[in-house]
Design a binder for this molecule. Structure first.
Ligand code: NAD
Length: 305
């Protein structure tokens, strides 16, 4: 079998198009422009790239983008004061604090200071609780993107066996909650799981969110299963030659060994071009949803869990 490639890049473009339509309608019919505030503390290069691209895409769909860049040694009180101001700002519907934060800042304290209704990353403890109890919440962007791709591919997920590899608060746990919400039978596997290959072989749906390059080989995959590869790993690619400084060039790979998994799976997301683009699209979708909720308007269909 050769798997259907689930094109996350194209799907994300469709989602962004739907978001842009909702934004235009909110402006025209209600005089509202959704606004997303992104807070970056310090100069982590990867975070800077993410924040830049979030700002660009926010503007592209017609929303207001507010960037707050703070020095790496910013005091916790100063960051909390900024969040308080953003919570009170009626033009700001979504607030995202880019993680990881510098070590002297308490991430849990900072995230839980965000108004849960503006918590477009879905990491606030209230949103975690609401999702866990099947209530309306803000859903973390990466798992939401995975769910959208799965629903698009399968229609109903009811009764399917799903294995999520990884139990992080950002991906693994909320992913498992969402699959449970769609009536899958869910197993969460992690670093202490016994006989991981056997566990994965049971799955109709495999979501890999580990952060270990090409860890899942094709012979762990049940024929015809759907593989969602969340991992983003950079590995050396000597076949691409060397950089000017003599170092070996690199390439991105997922947590699944693409070629061998694609030979067995029914469908698979590539890396890059799979889950990654969906994450930002879902951040934009969450911001529109937050804007609608804040103004008592009906939520956009198909853009929430
Ligand atoms: P994390 O480090 O917080 O969690 C990794 C999880 O993997 C842990 O729960 C751990 O128990 C499990 N694990 C580690 N070794 C294992 C093993 N040998 N067998 C089974 N399980 C094992 O990571 P995270 O934040 O959840 O991210 C996971 C991956 O997803 C990373 O590569 C990250 O870059 C990527 N990611 C991608 C996006 C995206 O937009 N595509 C978003 C978030 C994270």
């Amino acid at each position: 079998m050769t798997a259907k490639i689930i094109d996350g890049k194209a799907f994300a473009a469709t989602v962004r198009g739907e978001v842009a339509e909702h934004v235009a309608r909110l402006k025209e019919e209600h005089g509202l422009t959704p606004g997303l505030a992104v807070v970056l503390v310090g100069e982590d290069p990867a975070s800077q790239v993410y924040v830049r691209s979030k700002g660009k895409m926010t503007a592209e769909v017609g929303m207001n983008s507010y960037e707050h860049r703070l020095d790496a040694d910013t005091a916790e009180a100063e960051l909390l004061a900024l969040i308080k101001r953003l919570n009170a700002d009626r033009d700001v519907h979504g607030i995202l604090v880019q993680l990881p934060l510098p070590k002297h800042l308490d991430e849990d304290l900072v995230i839980n200071a965000i108004d849960p209704e503006k918590d477009v990353d879905g990491f606030h403890i209230s949103n975690v609780g609401l999702l866990g109890t099947g209530q309306k919440s803000m859903v973390p962007c990466t798992p939401l993107g995975c769910l959208m791709m799965l629903r698009d591919h399968h229609g109903s997920l009811s009764g399917m066996d799903a294995v999520v590899i990884g139990r992080s608060n950002i991906v693994g746990k909320p992913m498992a909650q969402l699959l449970l919400g769609d009536s899958c039978t869910v197993t969460i596997a992690h670093s202490r799981t016994k006989d991981l290959p056997q566990v994965v072989r049971r799955a109709d749906i495999v979501v890999a969110a580990v952060g270990r390059p090409e860890m899942v080989p094709g012979d762990w995959i049940k024929p015809g299963a759907t593989v969602i590869d969340v991992g983003i790993n950079r590995i050396g690619a000597p076949e691409k030659g060397t950089n000017e400084d003599g170092s070996v060039k690199t390439r991105l790979v997922g947590d699944c060994h693409f070629e061998s998994c694609a030979a067995v799976a029914g469908a698979i997301t590539p890396v890059p071009g799979g889950v990654g683009p969906m994450t930002i699209a879902c951040l934009l979708a969450n911001t529109v949803t937050a804007c609608c909720r804040a103004n008592g308007l009906p939520e956009p269909e198909g853009l929430t869990a």
